[in-house]
Write a protein that binds this ligand. Structure first.
Ligand code: GDP
Length: 522
């Protein structure tokens, strides 16, 4: 296959959902469909080691969650599928957000008995901001849930995106009869078991299907469908690919019902890897020179070692094991001898990879989040990864002052990796850590102890509103504990305002000082 063909068959996406919506169950079913696993229950059964791509075993054990995102890759019906997992726990981390920078689209699973939940909204906003196409799967139709129209309306209102139901459910819970497949023009009957019976619309008149057609759930859904055809939005693949309309599927990951239809339709509509912005303009995925960027660095993949693994999304060309690349930031040559690709069936080493693929490369401590790796003569870097607004701020100190040297080294390394955001206060020489979720502090504390042998203390300083200053407008006398003057990791000054009120008050008093919101999203 040539480069363009390799690119065209790739589908790289993340599944996002609120905890317990059914992400694991659906993922398992997808793996089963593609003959990657024979029995369900394997994905969560991390004890088998099969999917133990993360080693935060202790934290995972304590909290009962998967801390780090993992990657699965498998062939399906002529396609090459890459699924990036995102931790679905309440206190997720910046990694979760960053994973979204490495995918071409997302599947959003929503529990139909609950509707949209907070976690989904956060992740969704990032998708919207970046124009990532979103496909929606309403799960748990085998349970009594909320009305489909109500669910659609909620998506449109809360998430501000158009919807187009690809299928339409007849009944729910015990009355769940099946779905109208609008694309294939058939009614897919649910028999309470894995087998799905598709009945083409034209055959529904036949006597043998009268029990289906006369079912009140069918009748009701048929009416709703008519309404939808008349008054609902029309389908637009362009709008879907621009992230403005989401195709919606109804089904049950557990039954399973509608999963195969969903997956086939999804795969056929989901975008292959496309152009990526760089400092030298957009780079096409079939450019001959290899390039990619690092979106995540994970320490201690193997508990026996202190190795770090950098996750790289290939953006162009062909990756080959042992190839030499350049780190665009420093222009240094690196030989990528040790590469690992994360595969569902076994943790084999990858020999080659193309745009859309995710590879794990050994990191001797030279990479940073957002780094671009390239071959060839062209010099360019992919767009910087966005920083996400920290929602929590804590002051960090070493319990033992004798350990200051290791403490500083540890902080420096972990911040460089992108594990947590650092704000430094020069007047008091203190460090403040910003995070998106509580979990990032747990990981930080754990790693400081295990990798740098430093016990740390973390003191919350409340919610803060960060605003950057113009470097020629920094007047140290204006700030105090409430409105704290700090520097970010690049040394730029910013103020951590106590709250919005304090920010407005300050602005009124000092109208000439420009306060810049680097996290502003629109
Ligand atoms: P995750 O936290 O999003 O990965 O959710 P899981 O896949 O672990 O599912 C959470 C719970 O919901 C489990 O007990 C599943 O068995 C159950 N579940 C998942 N899908 C369905 C479904 O379609 N119907 C029903 N009734 N339960 C489901």
């Amino acid at each position: 296959m040539n480069l363009q063909d390799e690119v065209n068959i790739r589908r790289t996406f993340a599944i996002i959902s609120h905890p317990d919506a059914g992400k694991t169950t659906l993922t398992e079913k997808l793996l089963k469909l593609s003959n990657q696993i024979r029995t369900a229950g394997t994905v969560k059964g991390k004890k088998t080691g099969k999917f133990a791509t993360s080693d935060w075993m202790e934290i995972e054990k304590q909290r009962g969650i998967s801390v780090t995102s993992s990657v699965m890759n498998f062939p399906y019906e002529g396609y090459q599928i890459n699924i990036l997992d995102t931790p679905g726990h309440e206190d997720f981390s910046e990694d979760t957000y960053r994973t979204l920078t490495a995918v071409d689209c997302v599947v959003m699973i929503i529990d139909a008995t609950k509707g949209i939940e907070t976690q989904t909204i956060k992740l969704f906003k990032v998708c919207r901001m970046r124009g990532i196409p979103i496909f929606t799967f309403f799960n748990k139709l085998d349970r009594e849930g909320r009305e489909p129209f109500e669910l659609l309306e909620e998506i449109e209102q809360v998430l501000d995106i158009g919807t187009y139901p690809m299928n339409w459910p007849a009944g729910m819970g015990k009355r769940f009869l099946g779905v109208f497949d609008r694309e294939q023009e058939q009614f897919v009957q649910y028999n309470g078991e894995e087998k799905e019976t598709p009945i083409p619309y034209k055959d529904l008149e036949n006597a043998e299907h009268q029990d289906v057609v006369s079912d009140p759930a069918y009748q009701e859904a048929a009416e709703e469908l008519e309404l939808l055809e008349e008054a609902g939005d029309t389908f637009s693949l362009d709008a879907v690919l621009a992230g403005k309309q989401t195709p919606v599927f109804f089904g049950s990951a557990l039954a399973p019902f509608g999963v195969e239809t969903f997956f086939n339709t999804f795969i056929s509509m989901a975008p292959a890897p496309h152009l990526r912005k760089s400092t030298e303009g957009p780079i096409p995925p079939d450019k001959t020179d290899f390039s990619g960027f690092i979106f995540k660095i994970q320490a201690n993949m193997n508990p026996a070692h202190r190795d770090r693994i950098a996750f790289l999304r290939v953006c162009s060309g062909k990756f080959e094991r042992g190839m030499s690349v350049r780190l665009a930031r420093t222009n240094k040559a690196i030989k990528l001898a040790q590469s690992q690709q994360f595969v569902a069936s076994s943790g084999n080493t990858v020999e080659e990879a193309y745009a859309g693929d995710i590879i794990g490369i050994y990191d001797p401590g030279i990479y940073q989040i957002g780094d671009t790796l390239v071959t060839g003569k062209d010099h360019f870097e992919y767009e910087e990864l966005p920083q996400f607004p920290p929602e929590l701020f804590k002051k960090v100190t070493a319990k033992n002052v004798m350990k200051t040297k290791q403490f500083r080294k540890g902080i420096q390394q972990l911040v460089q990796e992108g594990a947590i955001q650092l704000f430094y206060r020069d007047q008091t020489e203190s460090f403040i850590l910003g995070a998106v979720g509580e979990l990032q502090y747990d990981v930080f504390k754990y790693r400081m102890k295990n990798e740098y042998h430093v016990d740390v203390m973390l003191d919350p300083i409340g919610e803060r509103v960060p605003r950057w200053l113009k470097q020629d407008q920094v007047d140290k006398s204006l700030f105090d504990e409430r409105n704290m003057l700090v520097r970010d990791r690049e040394g730029n000054y910013l103020v951590l305002f106590q709250n919005d009120f304090a920010l407005r008050w300050f602005q009124d008093k000092h109208p000439k000082i420009e306060l810049i919101d680097l996290f502003e999203v629109n």
